[in-house]
Design a binder for this molecule. Structure first.
Ligand SMILES: Nc1ncnc2c1ncn2[C@@H]1O[C@H](COP(=O)(O)OP(=O)(O)OP(=O)(O)O)[C@@H](O)[C@H]1O
Length: 581
């Protein structure tokens, strides 16, 4: 849902104000550089006039010396300008990148389900990089260009007003034309960025699924799709570029006309003896120099178009609001938490209900075994408990508090979840276990890893807890990753823990050993265990059987096991028969 957008100017100021000091220095440097540029042709004019009138050698040498010093200063200023410009660009855009990432990390799962990681990278970095020149140089170059134009025209008015009038007309028409057609390329630049985001999304998706791509022999298919995506970027990019350079081409054509007119006038003045040879050079040089600020304005217009499309896309993301909003309540009862679902209905997409009228209660410290066929909604229940999605209707309470009223930080601190997919981050084993929480001591890590039987594995690593793990999980087997995820969640000492298929990838012996440890760790909290293997649920107090998004059965595990008519007892019988077979 879009929020009230701040105006473009106030949005821009948010990123430019923190670098205002540097921008001011940049502007001063640019003014100095402009002064030097204006001075140089005048030195040459004097040099030519002195030389053509057989003037003293001393004056010529002095003028040559001044010219040299100014040329060196001009180069130094160019280097300084470029350094400071980049510095300002990085500072301003890094702030925007950080804002975008921070915002995206807080957006709800419905948003993330629609975006590929590659597309997100393009939006957080690609779009912003397209704005960096704009952030660095736009204001400075626009102001600087106008000052240079004013300097050249002002001097020409003093020097020779008819030529100055021709130059002024040319300048006004060029700049006016540029402003009129400045938005020409914005839409196509936006389309170019969108195509580029799709391309990045495509590459990321295929690289992430590299094993499947290779083993299914679909590399040629992927390459075909890749070429199509690249072609789309190329076609859109070409169109955007062409529309961006139109304003520039208009000024180049106008410029050719203006230079011809001014030169003809200058030559006429020289032939009729109204100006010296040096002055003719000055006229020619200033006419040429007029091109620089106008070209700069044209370039900045192009940058502005690119930046405007990036800005629109960035502002669009920043104006999206997460449907999950934390409450203000931050107190929950100490110790294990009760869980209560009351008439909960939920769907990921409208018109496709996933959970229907779910109501149940778990007392503090109780353990629930959640079973049901594939796709019956078990994982969805766990996602709702952690507020990854909002409910369609109904209430979920933990510790007697409606989770919508709880601060999200409190909810995440007290509820832990082990999902089927374990995510590893680029960092040490310790970082990955504590999730970069430096307050967690090594003793706590050793204690929990010891209980879960992970210690021999850690000891076998050359650098123990300091071993570097690669992001994505390539350095762990699937079973090790599950043990890892269990350790990670129990280290946070949760008051409610949800284990989604916690041992599906472990061998029977490891599972049995782990079960005892998990049972012990779960004594401190309320637990929900989702499992296909019924043996995983032997220590649970309650059993819930889900089917088609509804509760088919809910009750004490022992009572259900002993009731021959219960679905759970039937599943147990099937399980035993499978084992006997
Ligand atoms: N992000 C999502 N967007 C849309 N539909 C989804 C999403 N995640 C799950 N579903 C659908 O919701 C239904 C329930 O999925 P859920 O993952 O909760 O089932 P499950 O019982 O945990 O299945 P499994 O035993 O395979 O893990 C399925 O039909 C699934 O296709």
């Amino acid at each position: 849902m879009p929020q009230n957008k701040p105006s473009s100017i106030s949005w821009l100021l948010r990123y430019l104000l923190p670098v205002k000091g540097r921008m001011l220095v940049l502007l001063l440097l640019l003014l100095t550089s402009t002064g030097v540029q204006l001075l140089n042709p005048q030195i040459i004019q004097r040099f030519i006039d002195t030389a053509s009138s057989q003037g003293p050698l001393d004056s010529l040498l002095t003028l040559a010396g001044i010219f040299l010093v100014l040329a060196v200063c001009s180069q130094l200023l160019t280097v300084l300008l470029s350094y400071l410009g980049n510095d300002v660009a990085w500072r301003a855009t890094n702030r925007l990148r950080a804002d975008l990432l921070n915002h995206c990390l807080r957006l709800d799962m419905r948003f993330h389900n629609l975006k590929t990681p590659g597309e997100m990278i393009e939006r957080i970095d690609g779009d912003v990089s397209g704005m960096s020149n704009f952030f660095a140089m736009f204001v400075v170059q626009i102001v600087g260009s106008f000052i240079l134009l004013a300097g050249i025209l002002g001097y020409m008015f003093v020097f020779n007003w008819p030529i100055a009038i021709v130059m002024t007309i040319f300048t006004c028409v060029s700049v006016g034309a540029m402003f009129v057609i400045r938005d020409l390329g914005v839409k196509s630049s936006q389309a170019e960025r969108e195509a580029s985001a799709v391309l990045f999304g495509f590459i990321e998706e295929r690289i992430a699924g590299i094993e499947d791509v290779q083993t299914s022999g679909s590399v040629p298919y992927v390459m075909r799709r890749f070429h199509l995506a690249m072609r789309n970027v190329f076609v859109r990019g070409r169109k955007a570029w062409m529309l961006r350079v139109v304003p520039w081409n208009v000024t180049v054509s106008l410029f050719a006309v203006a230079v011809t007119a001014v030169l003809l006038m200058g030559v006429h003045l020289y032939i009729t003896g109204q100006v010296t040879l040096g002055a003719l050079f000055l006229i020619f040089q200033y006419t040429q120099m007029l091109n620089d600020p106008i070209e700069q304005l044209g370039n900045q217009m192009q940058e502005f178009q690119k930046a405007k499309s990036g800005m629109r896309r960035s502002r669009e993301i920043l104006s999206m609001e997460s449907e999950i909003r934390g409450g203000t309540e931050d107190s929950l009862p100490e110790g294990p938490l009760a869980v209560e679902f009351s008439h909960v209905n939920f769907s990921y997409n409208q018109g496709n209900p996933i959970l229907r009228d779910i109501s149940f209660r778990l007392e503090p410290g109780e353990r629930l075994g959640l079973i049901g066929r594939t796709g019956s909604g078990k994982t969805s229940i766990s996602r709702l408990l952690l507020r990854l999605y909002n409910l369609n209707s109904g209430v979920i309470r933990i510790g007697g508090v409606d989770i919508r009223t709880l601060r999200l930080e409190v909810l995440y601190r007290r509820v832990g979840m082990v999902t089927q997919d374990v995510q590893l981050f680029d960092g040490t084993l310790r970082d990955n276990l504590t999730l970069f929480n430096s307050r967690m001591s090594d003793e706590e890590i050793w204690d929990t890893t010891g209980k879960l039987g992970l210690r021999p594995w850690i000891d076998s690593l050359p650098q123990g807890l300091d071993t570097h793990l690669k992001a994505g999980g390539a350095s762990l087997s699937a079973g090790e990753a599950q043990l890892f995820a269990l350790t990670r969640v129990f280290l946070t000492k949760p008051s409610l823990v949800i284990l989604d298929e916690p041992s599906s990838r472990l061998d029977a012996a490891t599972e049995a050993a782990l079960q005892t440890a998990v049972d012990k760790l779960m004594e401190q909290c309320t637990g929900i265990v989702i499992a296909h293997r019924l043996s995983t649920l032997e220590a649970t107090d309650q059993i819930m059987v889900l089917g088609g998004g509804r509760i088919l059965e809910f009750g004490s595990r022992q009572a259900l096991a002993q009731d021959p008519k219960s679905g759970y007892a039937e599943l147990l019988r099937d399980d035993r028969q499978e084992e006997l077979a």
